[in-house]
Design a protein around this ligand. Structure first.
Ligand SMILES: Nc1nc2c(ncn2[C@@H]2O[C@H](COP(=O)(O)OP(=O)(O)O)[C@@H](O)[C@H]2O)c(=O)[nH]1
Ligand SMILES: [Mg+2]
Length: 311
């Protein structure tokens, strides 16, 4: 399908900075000579510099050592082996985002630091859900910036989804509560709740997010049905501390990783998968609606290593 091909191309192009870094690094080490410890050490450094994380790097190196030590290896072989090993790390976390139609409305709480791509991701998701025939309501619970509301409203128009908003500085939890009441009354399928991400005031943010989760449960004890953490791939290893910070605040069910178009730090997805094992539901490869896509382990692993695929 042409659409699928174009999206895969975009992922490939997006990850090209990451893959070039890995390709050059690997190409400089492996030239067909027998695999030895010094090469493995150098490779470990290349993998860590590419944001794959120490644990993943160590595991990948161990695998290569087990299978190829003392044998002649060239760069292509190493990249193939790494792509396969990375796919095995990613496979368990690659889980498309699913709405449970039994839960009506299915309540999704979206969290993450400012600028990570929450509002944009919600907008894309809302449009995609609308196109699948679902009735969506958006809640602008990032009440700190008026611009955030306007931004969500623009997405709401595209997605044919009304937006519940209040004046700047309004109580976010009160708004979330009202949004869930409204979504119930209007028999909406999905409620997407946008939130603020001011990490400068961690305590304040934690109280706010916890209060939102608490008041939602007053209306529906099973809500929120999904709490998604949005991460910008460009923050690299910082993503780890963001996951830890938000997991301390709320029960994070899954990740959405944005801005994989043009980052040199795509390897961080592998490090996150290894360290936290949280589902990676979708990735963002641009600012348009169609740029939010289900995360695919094989395509991602091969694009990260710049290994050509039979597409
Ligand atoms: N290139 C690119 N830009 C993105 C992506 N997702 C979000 N953005 C941009 O990142 C900026 C911050 O996004 P926003 O949704 O406002 O972040 P929020 O503060 O978490 O709500 C905006 O300019 C978005 O257009 C993506 O996948 N790729
Ligand atoms: Mg926002």
């Amino acid at each position: 399908m042409p659409e699928k091909t174009s999206w895969l191309r975009r992922l490939q192009a997006g990850l090209s900075k990451s893959s070039t870094k890995l390709k050059d690094g690997i190409g400089g080490i492996f030239t067909g000579a027998p695999l030895d410890e010094a090469m493995l050490d150098e490779l470990e450094e290349v993998l860590i510099r590419a944001d794959l994380g120490v644990a993943s790097a160590t595991e990948l190196i161990a695998g290569l050592k087990r299978e190829r030590f003392g044998k002649d290896v060239d760069a292509q072989e190493v990249r193939d082996a790494l792509a396969n090993a990375i796919q095995r790390i990613l496979d368990p976390v690659a889980k498309p985002f699913r709405i449970d139609p039994e839960k009506k409305p299915f309540v999704v709480l979206v969290v993450g630091v400012n600028g990570s791509g929450k509002t944009t991701t919600i907008g894309k998701l809302a449009k995609q859900l609308h196109d699948e025939g679902r009735q969506v309501l958006l809640a602008a619970a990032d009440t700190f910036r008026a611009a955030a509301v306007a931004q969500l409203e623009r997405w709401g128009e595209r997605a044919h989804a009304p937006v519940l908003a209040r004046e700047e500085g309004a109580d976010a939890a009160g708004l979330a509560y009202d949004a869930l009441e409204q979504a119930r009354q209007e028999k909406r399928d999905v409620l997407l709740i946008d939130t603020a991400g001011r990490l400068q005031n961690k305590t304040g943010l934690m109280e706010e997010l916890q209060k939102i989760a608490r008041v939602l449960k007053k209306v529906d004890p099973t809500a929120p049905h999904a709490t998604l953490l949005v991460l910008d791939a460009n923050v690299g290893q910082n993503a780890h501390s963001q996951v830890e910070t938000f997991r301390d605040m709320v029960a994070v069910d899954g990740l959405m990783v944005t801005k994989l178009d043009g980052t040199a730090r795509g390897g961080v997805v592998v490090a996150l998968a290894e360290r936290f094992g949280l589902p990676v539901h979708a990735v963002g490869v641009g600012e348009a609606v169609e740029d939010l896509r289900p995360f695919e382990a094989r395509a991602f692993a091969r694009d990260l290593l710049g290994v050509e695929d039979d597409r």
